[in-house]
Design a protein around this ligand. Structure first.
Ligand code: NDP
Ligand code: HSE
Length: 434
């Protein structure tokens, strides 16, 4: 009797920055994949939009198709690296319903339609894996979902977008302007096909929703995440941060606040923040990502590595492909969605941060007292105050606050805006890592 498992038929949807590298490694290391999974992984086709586009010579032209639906109909495992919501959503649902395991890197889709996809995978008793959807090559999804499944996570804080970290780093260390740094990030394959998702914080927000859902065993949708990007960050902000030993980083922050009723809620946010240069996140350079996970028993863990780029990301995709192939051979299944905690998003009055407010003020006696009164009126208190003259003009006042709620800060800014002595509020940034 021959008990060698039949080959597993693998369909790849998308052959861009990530897909090309997935195909390359799948073809180059085919013997290793067979040995690791117990079955031969046969690449049956690669779906693309344009059959005529110039491609890396590693991609077998005979496997290209512009009919992804036909390709998945005949697959055991489907790798979705085309991105976007449609047709990716329909194709994944069809693949799952037809009994194929799915591996996707598509955080935009998961953050918006995750529950529907999970339910389809469970109904068909097949895998849905998505390690590459958060932090590229860094195995933070598996870490949070599986390694920390026996712990309680209170907070997740991290840099999860390589493009914006690259841009901010280039603006800081090489004094590049925003547009030039973004162009470089696009050329290097870090950015989304529409880089607005990166620079407006939407890509990080999708990843934050995925991580928060895993960490807090609750359904957290993209729409539950408040997102601010980096388009308003100026070279003055970066220079001002450096004066106090900080760098500016785009952070994803997900926290579970425990309330007296024992349940509490979650706050999931993305914003550019001041981070001390000596903080572990302050040292994350270029397109690298790092996620700090604060757990009750494990303490603080840091997941660090390449957060974007086709080559690095292919590692996470192929790791999932091996896991799904092993399950196919053994009859196992990836973990289902865990949402029993049912935590819900908190309101702005329940979410607290430290802030730094930088403003131009009239340079005359009594100004500081007026500003202090406006700030104190809303229960916000100063932690630090720094004033300096601006060349040939007004003074610059930089206030660091103690923790204050988002709603108190909004009221304070509105009050400052009405003061004659405040000429301009130049920037408001949260401060993390203290
Ligand atoms: P690219 O834009 O480089 O590639 C997308 C590929 O999908 C292209 O080959 C394109 O075809 C194909 N495609 C798009 N739409 C269709 C369609 N309707 N039918 C058939 N094929 C289609 O994207 P990336 O490789 O950068 O990203 C892919 C996914 O991976 C996205 O979900 C992204 O968010 C995620 N991701 C990306 C990372 C990165 O660093 N780039 C890191 C982690 C995740 P054609 O070539 O003909 O245009
Ligand atoms: N555009 C994303 C980034 C790709 O820059 O992080 C990785 O998810």
């Amino acid at each position: 009797m021959n008990d060698t498992p039949a080959p597993l038929r693998v369909a790849v949807l998308g052959c861009g920055a990530v897909g090309t590298e997935v195909v390359r490694r799948l073809l180059e290391h085919t013997t290793d994949f067979s040995a690791r999974t117990g079955a031969h992984l046969e690449l049956t086709g690669i779906a693309v939009r344009s059959l005529d586009a110039v491609r890396d010579p590693v991609v077998p032209r005979g496997l290209l198709t512009d009919d992804p639906a036909a390709l998945i109909a005949d697959a055991d495992l489907v790798v979705e690296v085309m991105g976007g919501i449609e047709p990716a959503r329909t194709l994944i649902l069809d693949a799952l319903r037809a009994g194929a395991g799915v591996i996707t890197a598509n955080k935009a889709l998961l953050a918006r339609h995750g529950p529907e996809l999970y339910e389809a995978a469970d109904a068909a008793h097949v895998d849905l894996f998505y390690e590459a959807a958060v932090a590229g090559a860094v195995p933070v999804v598996r870490g949070v979902r599986e390694s920390l499944a026996g712990d309680r996570i209170n907070r997740v804080l991290g840099i999860v977008n390589g493009t914006t970290n690259y841009i901010l780093d280039e603006m800081t260390t090489n004094e590049l302007d925003f547009a030039a740094a973004l162009r470089q990030a696009q050329d290097l394959g870090y950015a989304e096909s529409d880089p607005t998702a990166d620079v407006e914080g939407l890509d990080a927000a999708a990843k934050a929703a995925i991580l928060a859902a895993l960490a807090f065993h609750s359904r957290i949708a993209f729409s539950d995440v408040s997102a601010e990007g980096i388009t308003a960050i100026t070279s003055e902000d970066i220079a001002s941060a450096a004066q106090t030993g900080h760098v500016i980083k785009l952070l994803a922050v997900a926290e579970h606040r425990h309330e007296a009723d024992g349940r509490g809620g979650v706050a999931v946010r993305v914003y550019p923040a001041l981070v001390p240069v000596e903080h572990p996140l302050g040292n994350v350079r270029g397109p690298f990502n790092a996620v700090l996970v604060e757990a009750e028993a494990a303490g603080t863990l840091m997941f660090y590595g390449a957060g974007a780029g086709g080559v690095a990301t292919s590692s996470a995709v192929l790791g999932d492909l091996v896991a799904a192939a092993r399950n196919r051979v053994s009859g196992g299944k990836a973990p289902s969605e865990s949402r029993y905690a049912e935590l819900t998003p908190l309101g702005a009055d329940q979410i607290h941060s430290r802030f730094q407010i930088r403003m131009a003020i009239a340079d005359r006696p009594g100004v500081l007292a007026e500003v202090a009164a406006a700030v104190a009126e809303h229960g916000v208190s100063f932690e630090t105050v720094r004033q300096q003259g601006l060349p040939g003009g007004p003074a610059e006042l930089v206030i660091g606050t103690h923790e204050a709620s988002e709603s108190a800060l909004a009221a304070t800014l509105a009050a400052l805006d009405t003061l004659d002595v405040v000429l301009r509020i130049s920037s408001v940034l949260r401060v993390e890592g203290i």
